[in-house]
Ligand binder design. Structure first.
Ligand SMILES: *Cc1c(COP(=O)(O)O)cnc(C)c1O
Length: 360
């Protein structure tokens, strides 16, 4: 017989190498528990959690270089990206708007385009997996409502040339959205130009439930102008508040409170320390893997892609390592807060041992 749900335990993060979720901060867990039964979708009734949401948005704005941010805590990067496309479509003058994104853009843009009936034009990346500005320029036309730049790509951790994409977008009369769902909590410390104070960015995705160490679900949508959220707002006759800009109705008070708590605890020093820890470890791992003869896509943020022989990839997965591949088959190792030197040493030991047994 199956044990009851109450007897079961969530999996441990011991061998989780490719996920962008991680162990929440203890303060985030406690806040999630305390606000479990509140609904930030109805802010006039649940005003305590609405206040926390405003605080979380302010801190996310600070992190992304925006003094007076407009935005909300979404259910994740997917909702934030869908709403960025949604706002751009609603604000577009064209009857047939399109979105131009590099092929490295997250699959949530495919969902957005399908739902919203806009054309998604994906353009090839350059030789190092970043948006190719000339290719983006060639795809943009008078009907382009949105250009997407990725700041920390899901597969390779690459940061697109955001200022060049922003210039190109404004010349074309298009909006620019930056997807920093995963990278956003590292980028304030990495020296990249990626945020609202580096370029003419209109909207941005940054997920507290990834590197931010909130609980799931907690994503973030930020916008420079109030009109972005105005373009999303619908009237809400039966609530105390007149309009709502979120895609979901009832939302997770746990996620919102956890995002506020994690940001209050960790921004900026805790996140800086995590970036420094993770990038050092990532660079060490890349050298270790490269030294064993496996081709490595050099890390830009704390993420390494490595081309392992298929049999070895399968063998390590067989030992319970949670490892996923890129579209072209490299293993992706995301150095999240739960991934430490001990984890990676055991992983390398497993690779060395299994390489012998599978004969590679
Ligand atoms: C994870 C991720 C998303 C999707 O976010 P969810 O929270 O899984 O919906 C979007 N964009 C990028 C770059 C991501 O890494």
């Amino acid at each position: 017989m199956q044990p009851s749900v109450g007897e079961r335990r969530s999996q441990s993060f011991d061998r989780v190498l490719s996920s962008m979720c991680t162990e929440p901060h203890p303060a985030a867990r406690a806040a999630a528990e305390a606000f479990l039964a509140s609904n930030p979708g109805d802010p006039a009734t649940y005003d305590a959690v609405a206040e926390l949401e405003a605080e979380a948005v302010d801190l996310l704005g600070e992190l992304a270089g925006l003094a007076e941010p407009h935005g909300y805590v979404t259910s994740g990067g997917t909702e934030a990206n869908v709403q960025a496309v949604h706002a751009a479509r609603n604000l577009a003058e064209s009857d047939d708007p399109n979105v131009v994104a590099p092929e490295s853009a997250h699959f949530s843009f495919t969902k957005a385009a399908e739902l919203l009936g806009v054309e998604l034009r994906t353009v090839p990346t350059d030789g190092d997996h970043r948006a190719d500005v000339d290719a983006v320029a060639a795809a943009v036309d008078a009907d382009t409502a949105l250009v997407v730049g990725v700041a920390g790509s899901t597969e390779y951790g690459r940061v697109d040339p955001i200022p060049a994409l922003a210039d190109l977008a404004s010349d074309a009369g298009s909006r620019l959205h930056v997807d920093a769902a995963w990278g956003g909590f590292h980028l304030p410390f990495s020296g990249h130009d990626w945020g609202f104070d580096d370029a003419a960015v209109d909207s941005l995705t940054v997920d507290p439930h990834k590197v931010g160490r909130a609980v799931v679900p907690a994503g973030g949508l930020l916008a420079r102008d109030a009109r972005t959220l105005d373009a999303l707002a619908v009237e809400t006759p039966y609530l105390e508040t007149p309009t709502q800009a979120s895609l979901t109705g009832t939302r997770s008070g746990a996620g919102v409170a956890a995002a506020a708590a994690a940001l209050e605890e960790l921004w900026p020093d805790g996140y800086r320390a995590e970036y420094e820890r993770a990038i050092d470890l990532t660079e060490w791992l890349a050298v270790e893997l490269g030294g064993r003869g496996y081709p490595v896509v050099g890390p830009e943020l704390p993420l390494v892609a490595v081309d392992l022989p298929d049999a070895l990839f399968e063998a390590v997965r067989g030992e319970g390592w949670k490892l996923a591949g890129t579209g072209t088959g490299e293993a992706r190792i995301v150095v999240m807060p739960h991934v430490d030197r001990g984890t990676l040493e055991s992983f390398l030991d497993a690779l060395d041992r299994l390489a012998g047994t599978v004969g590679v």
